[in-house]
Design a protein around this ligand. Structure first.
Ligand SMILES: CC(C)(COP(=O)(O)OP(=O)(O)OC[C@H]1O[C@@H](n2cnc3c(N)ncnc32)[C@H](O)[C@@H]1OP(=O)(O)O)[C@@H](O)C(=O)NCCC(=O)NCCS
Length: 289
């Protein structure tokens, strides 16, 4: 159930989001230019005051691979109450409606990421730890790998990215997204200048979202019809002398034994309902809600 078709209602909800997070409306517009419409994929539960949207809980349908099965989880996002309307129970009322909708229309399991977990514990969400794989990858860099950084503002690069997102394989059989690109592009827009680089590796038919963190090369996402081994990825990226961090569930990328560390994102994953995935796991920083 998308946002109301009425443009003034859409504008009012985006105005509420912008009152709390000024970067959200421009990011929503940026994602729309890339072909991903926030207002078409999110179901909003809104509290209104005389035409003004004053409190919001958004629900996304998240196609996922969980323990080898294709399932749809609910994602809770865009939770906010306009500053002057807080502490009146508006969020409590909106999330009540949202969770009843989730149970009726999507399923038992809802997830979200937040920097304020205490807000959600009273509504049945529990904290779940994501972990990052850390490993040394000693490979000979592939000469002439022809890796190229993509710019989604260029038509050809955007077309390539969208095509590969639409036909990607889940990066893990244990816990990964199966979404065809709308979520990735919205999150890419929300990350803005802090987004990881998107590097196309034609020889591997892969786009890798990667960040040089100085002490290690961090892999944030891998978009490919067949998930390559991390050694091939690193060889085509030119090597990683200080080590590699994989911020993903890595049963396919790196089935060998490796160390892990707690995820260092400022927001934590919370789950309501069953999600029986053996740790360690992590979801891409580009498909968080
Ligand atoms: C968090 C937020 C949505 C709460 O909205 P609200 O309409 O004021 O919340 P309510 O009045 O419905 O409060 C519902 C319950 O949550 C509790 N609560 C509200 N903010 C809280 C916080 N930051 N930490 C812990 N509990 C909180 C309230 O005490 C209340 O508990 P009670 O029903 O047991 O008394 C609002 O403060 C906000 O928009 N904050 C900025 C954006 C944000 O942090 N979003 C959520 C994290 S992603």
């Amino acid at each position: 159930m998308p946002y109301p078709a009425d443009p003034s209602a859409r504008a009012a909800i985006l105005d509420l989001l912008g009152s709390v997070w000024p970067h959200v409306p421009p990011s929503v517009a940026q994602a729309a230019r890339w072909g991903s419409e926030w207002c078409e994929v999110s179901t909003p539960f809104v509290r209104w005051d005389d035409g003004r949207a004053v409190s919001l809980v958004g629900v996304l349908r998240l196609p996922m691979r969980v323990n080898g099965r294709d399932v749809t989880l609910a994602g809770i996002h865009g939770v906010c109450t306009r500053a002057a309307y807080r502490e009146r129970g508006l969020f409590r009322s909106a999330i009540g409606d949202a969770l009843r909708y989730v149970e009726r229309e999507i399923g038992e399991t809802a997830i979200l990421w937040t920097e304020e977990p205490a807000i959600y514990e009273r509504f049945g969400f529990r904290r779940v730890e994501e972990r990052i794989a850390t490993l040394d990858v000693d490979v000979t860099p592939v000469r002439d790998a022809r890796g190229r950084r993509l710019d989604p503002d260029l038509d050809d690069d955007l077309a390539l990215l969208r095509r590969m997102l639409a036909s990607r394989a889940p990066v893990s059989d244990r816990l990964a997204t199966r979404e065809p690109g709308w979520h990735f592009l919205i999150d890419l827009a929300l990350h803005g200048s802090l987004a990881p680089a998107l590097v196309h590796l034609p020889a591997l038919d892969t786009i890798v979202a990667v960040e040089d963190r100085g002490r290690a090369l961090r892999i944030h996402d891998v978009i490919a019809p067949r998930i390559p081994d991390v050694r091939d990825l690193v060889a085509h990226l030119g090597g990683a002398p200080w080590g590699v961090e994989i911020a993903l569930t890595c049963d396919l990328l790196c089935p060998r034994a490796h160390e892990t560390m707690p995820h260092d994102a400022s927001d934590v994953l919370m789950v309501r309902g069953p999600l029986d995935v053996e740790p360690p796991f992590a979801l891409s920083s580009l498909v968080r809600c």
